[in-house]
Design a binder for this molecule. Structure first.
Ligand code: SF4
Ligand code: SF4
Ligand code: SF4
Length: 446
């Protein structure tokens, strides 16, 4: 996060200034539309690009609602960033569309109460997988004390907690002085800003989270979540001054790759296929470099999918494009030279890990492999076990034990009916209405 802002400003004012700058700088040449891989999956025709951009600029200028192809484009932008290098005016069109999304959400959010729904879903999923001390570690933020590094888990990654504990094992092996911050209580504010269109709440959330980071006086805040990196480090770049660097955790780890490799004591004799994303492609390269340094491991190939991540903020926004790429990924993973399909982020792992049940390949996160190479047992991937089940009663037989241990007592049938929605994160499509109701209707007793 570049320390650019010099005085405190409201998020509304900041966003208005950024929109005005884009309106002033963008010539509506349409080059960003022309290169965008999403456009073939919209109504945009050859020659439409300047008109689409005129619509985008109208919304940014005075809030004129987007229509037709321009609206489709903005709703399908998956954050891949392939438009960024082509802009002759050095505008970041991905950021432009993120700002468009905030205005559209202010005008008419298709996902009201998303944060409320998401927080509850995250809490239930985490409580179904973690023993109480681990649950507290991810959901209860510690009191501030000096630490070199803050490991920022974000909130949605807590749905797949095993990869966060693996990441901590890697930081431990490197003897990093770090503290863990995350959960819905330390959200980055993207939900309020881009999905709910509530900039006053978003400002409170961003301020609270940045202040929480600052309380540890860290040199660096390392984010697991790529959405947080994009929101805080790109969309809101310049909004708040920060005394620390904000970066993706893999950039920190790859800078210490030799120290990590020196600690590898266990060969991992696997042939792996790495799943990456077009957006923030450096993260994929970081992981490929670290995997390649593991003794015994063969990185047979890397397959990149659209967007900056899997999930509702990324590739799933353009489902037809994503599906075409996913078919290729799975075909490659089923080839004889692949033992393991390696996931990149939590969203990817959530979508891919259950496919292990088909028996054609194993699905591991890159952190699993690094922890194995360090001679340790990776954290139990209970979310994968749940996703491999085709019977929600079997999931609850195990999940209820953890839920009760974490003090959460829920009606089994009520929860069983909701689990498919919780695991599919349908709140990002306006689902999980049960969690939007008042508390007495949620079935949560404890
Ligand atoms: S970020 Fe990707 S999907 Fe979004 S506008 Fe740019 S090229 Fe298109
Ligand atoms: S490429 Fe740049 S100047 Fe051209 S329409 Fe896109 S954002 Fe505007
Ligand atoms: S971007 Fe990260 S912190 Fe923000 S809502 Fe998503 S998971 Fe949570």
């Amino acid at each position: 996060m570049a320390p650019m802002a010099t005085e405190k400003q409201s998020l509304d004012d900041f966003l208005a200034r950024e929109r005005a700058a884009l309106v002033s700088d963008c010539t509506a040449c349409g080059k960003c539309v022309e290169v965008c891989p999403v456009t073939p999956f919209t109504a945009i025709q050859s020659g439409d690009a300047p008109g689409v951009m005129a619509g985008v600029l109208g919304l940014l200028r005075d809030g004129t609602p987007l229509q037709g192809a321009a609206r489709e484009w903005s709703s399908q932008c998956n954050g891949c960033g392939l438009c960024i290098p082509v802009c002759p005016e050095a505008i970041n069109p991905r950021r432009m569309l993120m700002l468009v999304n905030t205005v559209e959400a202010e005008q008419d959010s298709p996902t009201p109460q998303l944060f409320r729904k998401m927080s509850r879903a995250i809490r239930i999923m985490a409580a179904m997988q973690l023993a109480p001390p681990e649950f507290d570690k991810l959901l209860r933020n510690p009191r501030a004390h000096p630490a070199d590094v803050v490991f920022y888990t974000g909130c949605n990654p807590i749905r797949t907690p095993h990869l966060l504990f693996n990441a901590m094992a890697i930081l431990d092996a490197l003897e990093v002085d770090y503290e863990v911050v995350g959960g819905p209580g330390a959200c980055c504010g993207i939900i309020q800003s881009k999905w709910e269109g509530d900039q006053a709440s978003a400002e409170r959330v961003v301020d609270g989270t940045i202040s929480r980071f600052a309380g540890f006086q860290p040199k660096e805040v390392l984010s697991w979540c790529p959405s947080c990196v994009l929101h805080l480090g790109e969309t809101l770049s310049g909004f708040r001054q920060a005394s620390f660097e904000f970066d993706h955790v893999t950039n920190y780890l790859v800078a210490r790759a030799q120290g990590l490799a020196d600690r590898f004591v266990q060969p991992v004799n696997k042939r792996v296929l790495l799943h990456t994303h077009d957006g923030m492609d450096k993260v994929g390269r970081n992981v490929a470099a670290m995997l390649s340094s593991i003794p015994g491991l063969t990185l047979v190939d890397t397959v990149s999918e659209p967007g900056y991540t899997c999930g509702g903020s990324g590739a799933d926004r353009s489902p037809a494009l994503k599906q075409a790429a996913r078919v290729k990924t799975l075909a490659r993973a089923e080839a004889d030279d692949v033992d393991v399909l390696v996931s990149l982020y939590h969203g990817c792992h959530g979508q891919l890990s259950g496919l292990e049940a088909k028996g054609n390949f194993q699905v591991l996160n890159w952190t699993d492999l690094l922890v194995q190479a360090l001679g340790q047992q990776p954290h139990d991937d209970i979310s994968k076990r749940y996703r491999m089940q085709d019977d929600w009663d079997m999931v609850l037989d195990e999940g209820e034990i953890y839920l009760k241990a974490n003090g959460i007592d829920m009606d089994r049938d009520w929860l069983k009916n909701l689990l498919p929605e919780i695991f599919a994160q349908t709140e990002f499509k306006g689902g999980l209405e049960a969690f939007a109701s008042i508390r007495k209707n949620t079935g949560v007793v404890g």
